[in-house]
Write a protein that binds this ligand. Sequence first.
Ligand SMILES: Oc1cc(-c2ccc(F)cc2)cc2cccnc12
Ligand SMILES: [Mg+2]
Length: 214
Amino acid sequence: TQSTRPQRILDAVQKNATRGDPRSVVKAIDHFCRNKEWAMNVGDEKGCILDSVVSEVNPATVLELGTYCGYSTVRIASLLPPHAKLITLEFNPDFAAIARQVIAWAGLEDKVQLVEGASGDWIPKMKEQFGVKTFDLVFLDHWKNSYLPDTKLMEECSLLRKGSVLLADNVICPGAPDYLEFVRSSPRYKSQYFKSHLEYTKVEDGLEKSVFLG
Ligand SMILES: Oc1cc(-c2ccc(F)cc2)cc2cccnc12
Ligand SMILES: [Mg+2]
């Protein structure tokens, strides 16, 4: 039977990465996607910026919107302090099934809760379902036209506190113009653009870091 690209990414991890070693999982996926098949992981260049923001925030609670194969989930979770929690939402069940196995291979299942479904449905349930009060860090990496509505929804659900950090991937390519306009013009956010490149390419892309001011 024909395999899918996420399946081939998982195979590359299971063949080339060491169980329980998150950095080797990240390296194996980057090597596969740079040399064999492009895939929409945040990648190593933007991934280093992600790592620096995670380390700076040192979050106890993280929400990731858009798991795909779990590449950024593994990058983030590998940097979290002992009792910190990462909740990652994935709409596509096939992606979620692969991501669970990638996260398990990295040995990070205790730090990660992967939830299948639509962000718009799950964001209002975060408090009651997962006992989350607020998120210290949110990584937006799902459908670009969901960035803005989901951000407004997180505000409405009081899931952001003074100092919560939003980090958004792909603000240039594919682009999230309405989101960028909002966080850059709103008095309730302090925004900063980190120029980079679309994963595994020379095309411009970047991450937008926005601190919620309360
Ligand atoms: O990092 C990403 C990249 C792309 C993308 C796809 C095709 C292109 F030609 C260029 C960029 C899509 C994403 C969708 C969701 C989360 N991240 C994405
Ligand atoms: Mg992305």
